[in-house]
Design a protein. Sequence first.
Length: 71
Amino acid sequence: MVSAKEHMQNGGLGNSIAQLLARKLPSPMGMVVIDDEFGESGKSDELMSKFKLDTKDIVEASLKAIERKQQ
């Protein structure tokens, strides 16, 4: 499972999913989120890249979760 959200990690969607998985179906999980820093104004694609929220980062997190699942 990988969650991707334009949000801080703490208290976000990923944390809710992680809690549910821990209780019901323990499995590898990754989160693509904004690290603890303030947002900025700018072009959408530039901001997604700066905060590591673009397609490349989602694919990377997914591959890491799959790798952990196979171990």
